[in-house]
Design a protein. Sequence first.
Length: 725
Amino acid sequence: MRKTKKILAGILAAVLVTGLAGCGASSPEKTGSSDRTKVSMVIFGGGGQDTFDNAAAKFNEMQDEIELSIQPATGDYNQYLGARAASNDLPDMFWLTPYAQVQQFAKNGYLMDLSDQEFTKKVYDYSLKATSDDGKVYAYPLRQEFLGIFYNTDLFAKAGIKEVPTTFSELKEDCKKLQDAGITPFAATYKDSWTLNHAFSCLEGAAVDKNDNMESWIESMNNGSGSYKTDKSDNVFAFLDLMKENSGGNYMDSDSTAGFTAFANGDAAMLFSGEFSLLNVSTIDPDLPIGLFAAPVTDDPSDAKLDVDVGVACAINSHTKNKEACLKVLDYLSDDTSKDGWFANTNDAMGEAVPCMPYEGQYSAKYIDDYKAYMDNGTNRPWVYQQLPAGSNTEIGNIIQAYMAGSVNKDQALTQLDESNKELLKRGDIMTDSIYKKNRKRYLLLMLPALLLYTFTLVIPLLGGTLPNSLTNWNLMKGTKEFVAFDNYVRLFHDKDFQQAIIFTLILGIITIIFTNILAFITAFFLSEKVFGGSVSRAMFFIPNIISGVMVSYVWYFIFTRAIPDVGKMLSNHFLANISWFGTPGWAFFATSIVSIWQGTGFLMILYIAGLQTIPKDVLEAAKLDGCVGLKKIRYIEIPLLMTTVTVNLFVSIANSFKAFDIPFALTGGGPGGSTQTIALDIYNDAFGSFRYGYASAKSVILFLMVAAVTLVQLYVTRKKEVQA
């Protein structure tokens, strides 16, 4: 019988180890009772997640073979993709920005060749250029956006303007007519530099788009030989000057939201922006009569072209196991015949981006008709900034913002633009896989000290000490050490004290993990804003974390046994005055939980604050434009973008909860009756109270396996939430 128990215990230990390894394995292609193939599509973080969830749900309803999930990436999208690519763990399908990013991933072999897919025959020819490399199509041009001047047709009529301007002189005259009618011509959005990047991109595009000069100019800017100074630079800056003169007073104080709102309320006649700005307008006045015309930079009407380009490209991971399912999803994304498909759910509303192919949707408006007219006539051109070196959008926006504010003149702005372009080329904003491989030895060298410390302090003691000792009957007091194989593990299954310690540890862990993270996030949310005394408040919340757990326990012991009863007596409150904090299991558990949460919240708060501060401002601004504010912003924007931080915080919380020792030891001593004894405290009592070191080592191994298993499951789940993000 004894031999049988040993065999069973050995099998159980093997199962624990193999089960632990299985936690990190990739999930099967088909799961669930429906046996559907699961396909995940990762998209840019931002607003409008409800729209994409609805589109995925519609696809899942239309067929029963594939389950599509659309997940927003967390944090910086480029960093996310770079990390997933480096670990060869890209999702099935994912969004890319056109041109450079598509080409980068194609060259590194991450993208499936889609040249033979049906969508290539449907989309506009120019859109394939944005998703191709070396003559092959590697991504589906999913959405295209257009930049131009949106105008209020009623205000134009009020000012006596019958035709939209096609030359700069005509636009100048129309601005005067609007001013004479008491109407502000342009809605100011210039406090946000990204709006000026878009405007300048349109203007510079007109300056270089002649006789196929745009492609050669873009090529020269990417090899460092080009310049923003062109023979039409005067026209570009004259247009900017016209905007300054006709955007009302204090125009630099208005951000995009204020400008979009002013246009929606009829306080300005024109808005120089993209169709996405109308998402904000639609929340204020969905019936606003809006038209569209291309920005006339020169007095040549043929220069007035609408700036239209691919905004989002959707690629398929070349290494996915679900290629056929992904291709079926791609067919759904590019189906221009269904009245209930992707286009109807994501593109058919005011302010939404439009498909990269002709499509007749249910939504109709004059600006849509104007857009179609430009497309039908071929009077459109691609955006300039998307094909320039990475980071150009930020540099252009900041420099043109300085010009609009009067901080620099035209010549200084052009010089700064050229210098920034050369600096971007030199610096190289995109971290490619080839760069990673080139510097891999350096990265490993930097990791070496931490790996050595981890090996000598944790791995070697575990494998060379704790694990072998767990197979012995080692009594420190008697000085005897006998090999007993798996006897210690067999005893564990009959040890009621250890089972009670496991239950208490799990319950305490669940309570502390939930409440410390919730309180830390709420505190971080408020303290991440600019509030009076914010720095002092952060320090006050963090201080408990740097104080010894034993000292914290003694302080709280005084509070529980002296301060609270005294307050109860002062208030003549019999309940407060007579609580037996450490005399009953329930109150002892409550006291332990309070102290653990109080001490652990500060550290997690700092991590959440750091995470909140890394959320890109343009993402928050885009969410605001989509009407995603308040609790919706927290739920759909900030929390998804914080999933990396959440992963770290949960990892820390779980590890700390399972290792809980100092607070229960100093506060309750594990009592009353062992009711607040954690696993770590139980191990301590066995090793240094009963001197059963071999038995305590076996418990330590089980604790390690429990922490490892729970942590791996947590990392797996939260990593999917990160998208996955």
